[in-house]
Design a protein around this ligand. Structure first.
Ligand code: FPP
Length: 229
């Protein structure tokens, strides 16, 4: 496959539209999350083959706790299942998995699956897959600043960046949101200061390699000036 010129180093995706996708088919919202989870590996592989080196997926926000318990449980079990199968299938010796977010109140079995998966893939260097779970950009900034203050470190743009969940990762170049809404919803708000944004009406369960490719082509034509001329 041809590498697209000017491929973003880091793509982040807000996987939105699962609930509406299911509703439009007369099915419960949870079905949308199950289908959404099934779509993940195809997109990870496509990102890998396209030359993207870092992919971050927004799976559960700090605000998503407001959803019905059944929906939360469905998302958490899809995630647990994904992590439990990750090292033997998806990663295949290449992909390092990281989870970004506050882990304290996650279910114990999910936490164990996350820790095992992170451990099993920690030496893989070709590609970083980051899944944001119980993640909120404002919460992330506040805890970063608090941790710097607690050790008496100076507050600078760089010290904050180094205290975020994404400390070891480059800033996202391209943020894609599926499902038709045009907002960031508290996702990577510190890191996305100069990210290019791409919105598509396609719901996450329907988002294909072709749709991803359109986003990468669109990115290629952007003129990134970072405040300069
Ligand atoms: C947003 O759609 C999606 C979520 C809150 C959950 C995303 C989770 C998954 C795709 C499953 C697990 C992921 C992995 C990495 C295995 P929505 O429910 O807000 O959709 P709506 O806007 O149509 O209601």
């Amino acid at each position: 496959m041809n590498k697209i010129y000017n491929t973003p180093l880091h793509v982040a995706i807000i996987m939105d539209g699962n609930g509406r996708w299911a509703k439009n088919k007369g099915k419960p919202r949870c079905v949308g999350h199950v289908e959404g989870a099934k779509n993940v590996n195809k997109i990870v592989s496509f990102a890998f083959d396209s030359g993207v080196k870092n992919l971050t997926l927004y799976a559960f926000s700090t605000e998503n706790w407001q959803r019905p318990q059944e929906e939360i449980s469905t998302i958490f079990s899809a995630l647990e299942n994904y992590f439990n199968n990750f090292a033997s299938s998806t990663a295949n010796g290449k992909i390092r998995l990281r989870v970004l977010g506050e882990r304290n109140n996650l279910p114990k079995t999910l936490l164990t699956a996350i820790e095992n998966c992170e451990n099993q893939t920690k030496d893989f260097t070709q590609f970083n897959l980051n899944i944001a779970i119980n993640y909120g950009g404002r919460q992330e900034i506040v805890s970063a600043v608090k941790s710097l203050i607690s050790v008496g470190e100076e507050i600078t743009e760089e010290s904050i960046a180094n205290a975020l969940y994404t400390a070891e990762l480059p800033n996202p170049d391209l943020i894609i949101r599926t499902g038709g809404e045009k907002r960031l919803s508290n996702f990577l708000i510190y890191q996305s200061a100069y990210a290019e944004l791409y919105f598509t009406d396609v719901s996450w369960p329907d988002f294909t390699e072709e749709d991803f490719s359109l986003a990468l082509k669109d990115y290629k034509n952007r003129n990134r000036r970072y405040g300069g001329v």
